[in-house]
Design a protein around this ligand. Structure first.
Ligand code: AMP
Ligand code: MG
Length: 414
């Protein structure tokens, strides 16, 4: 069994970035820039007023002049080409272009106007309250590197420089296949011994949240022929996620069928709990994940390995979840030969972080995941400890370019 870190690096090493496509600006929201984006315009594109007030010559204020003659009024959007001369002022609104001749705006609160005469009542520094052309963005500036995630602020910035379309990596198409003769979808009566298929639903949400396009292929019964037929369909996508059937049970056919269909195995078995029997391979550029069937194991495996791969396919650089070191609020139960990912809630206490686990931690107890906002990693062979011990906690929201230094190495135990 390889370590968590080795497993992640192997997966990311197998990723080939997907081709880019040009889309209208709003469609790029939440996706990754396929190229570095260079600004075609400057922002602001002209010197303008940051305040409602009066534009004057700063040197005259500095020389002690307090009275000016108001010669023009400039609302936002109106261009005035005539120079404002010595001893003169332009009444000006926020965002309006500065006319030639003046370089300073006195905010209206520091003035009195009597007829055409402006009186400045408080000292103002030369150059104050002016937004200079290109002070935010210069033409030709690199706005974002390739791979940057385009959130609301980035899309707004692109709009502010006049971009109408942007090249982004296409969404990975992700086939989701549940395996297990015991599985039934919601809405169908359960016969004795049957359970609900929940993994397809959690995977659907996780794929969508990672920018992928989920394609539900249903449930394969534990039957060689059916598994082969559905996995063959799944392999036509960029990424395949099967859940279940990947352990050492009598009816665990997923690995065998992967082999038959030409999937090249990169690893099977990660020294972690839950999530040990993860099988990862590739066929051509298709990434093939066989995640374990237990609902928590399936979700945790997705978080640890599939999500970074989906982001890397889209050319993102922030592949990983942010992490903190947090103090346990309760005793930390001992672990055996594998690093254990305990579902937890993070709390901010004074200066640092602490965490508390979300109830029973069995790998079938999906509620432990629903209540969690982090995964606390207990190193292997951990003897257990009183509250206060600090562990690495990976958050279940957000993105970061740094892979957390997960504890634990390889394990010889089968
Ligand atoms: P397996 O890895 O196929 O042995 O499955 C391990 C456990 O997870 C078994 O209890 C399965 O019934 C359960 N399981 C497998 N697939 C799913 C699924 N899609 N939804 C919910 N539970 C599942
Ligand atoms: Mg099964």
């Amino acid at each position: 069994m390889i370590s968590i870190n080795e497993a992640i690096d192997t997966v990311i090493g197998a990723v080939r970035r997907l081709p880019a496509e040009e889309v209208p600006l709003l469609e790029a929201l939440g996706r990754a820039a396929a190229t570095a984006i260079v600004s075609p315009e400057a922002v602001p594109s002209f010197d303008n007023s940051a305040m409602d007030g009066y534009a004057v010559r700063g040197a005259e204020l500095e020389a002690g002049r307090r009275e000016f003659r108001v010669v023009v009024e400039i609302p936002a959007g109106r261009w005035v080409g005539e120079e404002v001369g010595a001893g003169e002022a332009a009444k000006i609104m926020t965002g309006a272009p500065l006319p030639p001749g003046v370089d300073t705006v006195v905010q209206v609160e520091l003035t009195e106007q009597r007829g055409e005469t402006l009186v400045v009542t408080e000292p103002v520094l030369p150059g104050a309250n002016v937004r200079r052309a290109a002070e935010d963005v210069a033409m030709g500036d690199v706005l974002f590197p390739r791979g940057a995630r385009l959130g609301a602020a980035e899309i707004g910035l692109l709009a502010s420089v006049g971009c109408q379309a942007v090249a982004i990596a296409r969404r990975p198409r992700v086939a989701i296949l549940a395996t297990g003769s015991e599985l039934r979808p919601p809405g169908v009566l359960l016969a004795p011994g049957q359970i609900r298929n929940s993994n397809s639903f959690t995977a659907y949400g996780q794929v969508l949240a990672a920018g992928g396009e989920p394609v539900l292929l249903g449930i394969a019964r534990d039957d060689l022929g059916e598994t082969r037929r559905l996995l063959a369909d799944a392999l036509e996508h960029d990424v395949v996620i099967t859940s279940g059937g990947v352990s050492v049970g009598e009816f665990d056919f997923v690995k065998q069928v992967q082999d038959e269909l030409g999937v090249e195995r990169r690893f099977w078995g990660v020294a972690t709990k839950p999530g040990k029997p993860l099988a990862f391979g590739t066929r051509g550029d298709t990434l093939v994940f066989g995640v374990p069937g237990n609902p928590v194991a399936a979700m945790v495996s997705f978080e640890m390995y599939v999500r970074p791969a989906l982001l890397a396919l889209q050319g993102r650089h922030d592949l990983y979840r942010p992490y903190v070191f947090a103090a346990a609020e309760e005793p930390v139960a001992r672990s055996r030969d594998r690093t254990e990912a305990r579902r937890c809630r993070l709390l901010h206490r004074g200066r640092g972080w602490s965490f508390t686990t979300t109830g029973p931690q069995g790998s079938g107890i999906l509620r432990s995941m629903a209540l969690a906002d982090g995964l606390a990693f207990v190193p292997p062979e951990y003897p257990g400890a009183a509250p206060g011990v600090e562990l690495l906690v990976m958050m279940l929201e957000g993105s970061s370019a740094e892979r957390p230094p997960f504890p634990g190495g390889r394990s010889a135990t089968p």
